[in-house]
Design a protein around this ligand. Sequence first.
Ligand code: IPE
Ligand code: IPE
Ligand code: MG
Length: 245
Amino acid sequence: MKEKIDRSNLPQHIAVIMDGNGRWAKRKGAERVFGHRNAIEAVREVTEGCAELGVGYLTLYAFSTENWNRPRFEVEALMQLLVTTISNEVETLMKNNVRLQSIGNTDKLPNRCYNKLQEAIELTQNNSGLTLVLALNYSGRWEITEAVNSIAKMVQAGQISPEDIDQQLIAGQLTTRNIPDPELLIRTSGEMRISNFLLWQIAYTELYITQLLWPDFRREHLYEAIIAYQQRERRFGKISEQVKS
Ligand code: IPE
Ligand code: IPE
Ligand code: MG
């Protein structure tokens, strides 16, 4: 499978909506949290797979703004899992030259999560391989609202005038300001929706939705998604003849 990937046409940025942990656990007759714990192996596989291939950025949707509305027990289990996973994996991140970053309203995470996350971000900041971006307490609408707020303040302070507001200025106010837009978005567990993920950034992203549940996702599935991406014709509004090289 890996040999079928065209190394000259790799997506620079892959984003993933890691969905289906709860269903995976239910199918095994277990509690939902069991699914979250078994999701870590998939995270590891995809991260290592991307790092090996030379993909620049991998963004994983780990906790949405809306996920706070889940039962308290589940939210707490997810926060705890975040802390233990970062503690356990940071060494492997260093070994694989992976730089950790985050997007989202991470200030509002429980202190121990926030601190662990920042610690790992600082420790890995000089790594030069894959950038792994965790979307935590993230939502696209939250991010766009924040950007609108800060642009309004810039206008109010007289730093810019309304005519200066263009797509570049808006993109520069988003949490992804230093990250290229994803070329490929993978969603597991078959749901045909975006669930408030990177709304601005996915304007021309190729979507790849698989029925597989996230805890079953492995390197070969990542390769399958990349191969499918490479078979797409990205037209960006043009016609086929214009984009054929
Ligand atoms: C994704 O799996 C993990 C998070 C949203 C944190 P789910 O927990 O949404 O699993 P399903 O969709 O209920 O099966
Ligand atoms: C999206 O999954 C959020 C994450 C993967 C973190 P959800 O399971 O929360 O999405 P919906 O509720 O099915 O849209
Ligand atoms: Mg879900």
